[in-house]
Design a protein around this ligand. Structure first.
Ligand SMILES: Cc1cc2nc3c(=O)[nH]c(=O)nc-3n(C[C@H](O)[C@H](O)[C@H](O)COP(=O)(O)O)c2cc1C
Length: 354
């Protein structure tokens, strides 16, 4: 079992063992929700936590420079907001200047963050043009410099990356290079930048990644990401590839908000729509604090909750046209009233005759 040189990550590994035991696995992997821009903010993280969340959360990525930049500070604060009582997420940051990572991580530490992750895998052209995300795969020296800069905070620094920029076999040099940076966790989205998310994730490389980790950095945790739908799917992947320590799930949460629950079961319509109502309420509070937010961005979440039941598509279409949270709530109220009446009409009342 990997012994990590980081109290924070060792604790994550240890706490993951509190989940119910699983046949065929001596050690349970930890599960995390992937950092997702415009998705994994404090509001959504709290909704997922309510549905039975993962062991670890990541914030959406934030530009390192913006964190202390006077003009960008406010929007960075919204991205990095953590509500009282919420499990502290790992802050994910991107950039390519060492100095920005020194100041940003210091600031994050002062705001209570306990761990930092560096984005070295974002495929977006804008990020790459600015030397961040996947561009690190073409500039090993920048990657080493930002890790070094971030480490000055004293916080544990991890990296999330892809196998390569254009070519997959770049990983044979890139991954060993990262493993030599003495980091407690390396997350690999098992695709190249060029592949974006258009081809199936390359699980065929996982055993080689484990081998590299074992040889070069036995104290570094290895987390795998890409196309993993839910906890069971992740457990199966670890059964097939022993040595993987963590499983990161991103888009799986769009198909199933309960993706992280220990014992998967069918959820009632009421449970699912309650999550949507929770998100509407938390959004309103967040909007009052950091707004005005763009309501259109919230509408994209509706399909997560409104699916797989009769009339779901009618409700979804109506919700997608709503203009604000009040209208969305009215649609839900109206739907639930009709749904109750519809079910009552289909119920046979069995009463005892005198
Ligand atoms: C909407 C969206 C936003 C994303 N934003 C980020 C981000 O901010 N940082 C990051 O490292 N990856 C980001 N990603 C990539 C995911 O973290 C993850 O690597 C990718 O979706 C593959 O995992 P999956 O198949 O489980 O979704 C984003 C993905 C999506 C779909």
């Amino acid at each position: 079992m990997v012994q990590v040189n980081s109290a924070y990550w060792q604790n994550v590994v240890d706490e993951a063992q509190n989940h119910p035991a699983v046949a065929g696995l001596d050690k349970l992997p930890f599960f995390s929700m992937a950092p997702m821009e415009a998705v994994t903010d404090s509001v959504f993280r709290r909704v997922v936590a309510h549905a039975g969340g993962p062991d670890v959360y990541f914030t959406e990525f934030t530009n390192a420079r913006s964190i202390t930049h006077p003009k960008a500070k406010f929007s960075a604060q919204a991205r990095l907001h953590v509500e009282d009582g919420e499990k502290m997420p790992v802050a994910q940051i991107w950039g390519n200047r060492k100095i920005d990572f020194e100041t940003a991580t210091q600031d994050l530490k002062e705001h209570g963050y306990q761990a930092i992750d560096i984005n070295m895998g974002c495929p977006s052209g804008t990020i790459i043009k600015n030397g961040g995300g996947c561009d690190m795969i073409r500039h090993f020296d920048d990657a080493a410099a930002v890790i070094e800069g971030a480490k000055t905070s004293g916080l544990p620094i991890s990296a999330k990356t892809r196998l390569g920029f254009n070519e997959l076999d770049t990983f044979e040099t890139w991954i060993p290079f990262l493993l030599k940076q003495d980091i407690p966790l390396l997350t690999v989205h098992v695709r190249s930048r060029k592949e974006m998310s258009k081809v199936p994730a390359h699980y065929e490389y996982i055993d080689r990644l484990v081998q590299l980790r074992d040889e070069i950095a036995p104290h570094t945790l290895l987390q795998i990401n890409g196309d993993i739908k839910d906890r069971n799917d992740g457990l199966e992947l670890v059964r097939q590839h022993p040595g993987v320590d963590g499983i990161m799930i991103g888009r799986g949460i769009f198909e199933n908000p309960f993706a992280f629950e220990d014992h998967p079961r069918e959820h009632t319509l009421d449970e699912t729509l309650s999550l949507l109502r929770m998100q509407l309420d938390l959004y309103d509070t967040f909007n009052a604090q950091y707004g005005p937010l763009n309501f259109k961005k919230l509408r994209r979440f509706f399909k997560i909750y409104v699916r797989h039941f009769n009339y779901a598509s009618d409700l979804r279409i109506a919700l997608m046209e709503s203009k604000d949270t009040t209208e969305a709530r009215e649609l839900l109220d109206n739907f639930e009233k009709q749904w109750t009446a519809h079910n009552a009409a289909n119920t046979i009342a069995i009463t005892q005759e005198d």
